[in-house]
Write a protein that binds this ligand. Structure first.
Ligand code: SF4
Length: 286
C-alpha cells in the first residue's frame, strides 16, 4: 500500500447527514444513505463518485483533486441523533469510504457507531475497503446486538499487482481478506464484495472471497458508458491504467459477462451464489 500525506479538512457544519436514496442503492432496498465526509483519501483510480460532480454533492476542487483531501462533516453524529428512525435501512456510504485513511486521525466513525447504537435503525450496512474498521470491532459488536449490521468488504481482485495499479492507497488483498475473517470471527455479518471487478483470475477470486467470508458473493463489473450512458461511471484514471497495461477487455461488457459467469460457476461449485447489481446489494438491505 502506498502511503502519502493527505489533507484533512474538518469543521464544515452540515445541515443533514442522512439522505433519502435513489437509483442503484434505492433499488437494492435501502431507504437512506449516510455520508460522513466529502472526497475520499483512498483515491481509487476507478472511483465513480467524482464523475457525479455536483450530483454527488461535490465541489469542483473535489473532482479535480479526487483523493488528495477530504472534508469531514464535523457535526455528523449530532445530526444523526436527530435524524435516526427505527424503520430506516441505511447504506454507509455511496460517496466516501467510512474507513478511508483520514478516518484514522479524525475518529468520526466511533461517534457515529455510538449514535447508531443509542437509536438503532432497521438495518445498517457499512461499505468499505479499509482494514481500519477493525479498530472499531467492539463498537460494531455492540451495534450488532441492537440491529441488523452488515459489512460489505470490497475485494476487487486476487492479483496484488493489479490492486497496486488501480487502488495503490488501499490495503493489500491479503490484509483485506484477513479483515473479513476477523469481522466474521467477531460475529459480524460480513460479505466479500467483488466490486468493481478488476482484472483477476475469476475462479481464484471466488475461492478466496468465499473462504474468507463463508457467504454468498455480491459484486459488479466496472461501469462503462456503452451500457450506462448516464450517471456515475469509471473515472478516466482507471481507463488510462487499463489502456497502458493491456486490460481493455475488462471494460468490454461481453467479456465482463463471461467473467461474471465464471465467478457464478466457481461460487456455485462451492455451494454459494454470486449476484451482481442491485439484486446483489439487496442482500445487504434485507
Ligand atoms: S474507497 Fe470508494 S469512495 Fe473511496 S476512492 Fe475508492 S471507490 Fe471511491
Amino acid at each position: 500500500m502506498q502511503t502519502r500525506r493527505v489533507e484533512i479538512r474538518g469543521g464544515i457544519t452540515a445541515r443533514t447527514v442522512l439522505s433519502p436514496t435513489s437509483g442503484f442503492i434505492a433499488e437494492a432496498g435501502f431507504t437512506h444513505s449516510l455520508t460522513p465526509a466529502r472526497n475520499c483519501t483512498f483515491g481509487c483510480t476507478y472511483c465513480y463518485v467524482p464523475t457525479m460532480r455536483v450530483q454527488g454533492g461535490l465541489k469542483p476542487e473535489d473532482w479535480q483533486r479526487w483523493g488528495q483531501f477530504t472534508t469531514f462533516k464535523s457535526n455528523a453524529d449530532e445530526l444523526l441523533r436527530r435524524e435516526l428512525r427505527n424503520h430506516q435501512r441505511i447504506y454507509c456510504s455511496p460517496l466516501v469510504d467510512p474507513y478511508q485513511p483520514a478516518e484514522e486521525r479524525e475518529r468520526m466513525m466511533p461517534r457515529i457507531l455510538d449514535a447508531l447504537t443509542m437509536a438503532p435503525p432497521r438495518v445498517f450496512a457499512l461499505q468499505t475497503r479499509g482494514t481500519l474498521i477493525l479498530r472499531d470491532l467492539a463498537l460494531l459488536r455492540a451495534l450488532a446486538r441492537r440491529t441488523v449490521l452488515r459489512v460489505s468488504f470490497s475485494i476487487t481482485t486476487n492479483r496484488e499487482e493489479v490492486r497496486r495499479l488501480y487502488e495503490p492507497h488501499c490495503a493489500p488483498i491479503a490484509e483485506r481478506l484477513a479483515a473479513v475473517r476477523a469481522l466474521r470471527g467477531a460475529g459480524i455479518e460480513t460479505y466479500a464484495t467483488l466490486a468493481p471487478l478488476l482484472p483477476c483470475d475469476p475462479q481464484e477470486l471466488a475461492r478466496i472471497a468465499i473462504e474468507a467470508s463463508g457467504r454468498d458473493l455480491i459484486g459488479d463489473a466496472l461501469h462503462v458508458r456503452s451500457v450506462k450512458p448516464r450517471g456515475a461511471t469509471t473515472r478516466d484514471a482507471a481507463l488510462w491504467v487499463a489502456a497502458v497495461n493491456g486490460h481493455g477487455q475488462w471494460l468490454d461488457p461481453i467479456f465482463q459477462s463471461e467473467v461474471i459467469g465464471r465467478i457464478e460457476a466457481a461460487a456455485g461449485a462451492l455451494g454459494h451464489s454470486f449476484t451482481t447489481g442491485p439484486s446483489g446489494f439487496a442482500k445487504l438491505a434485507a
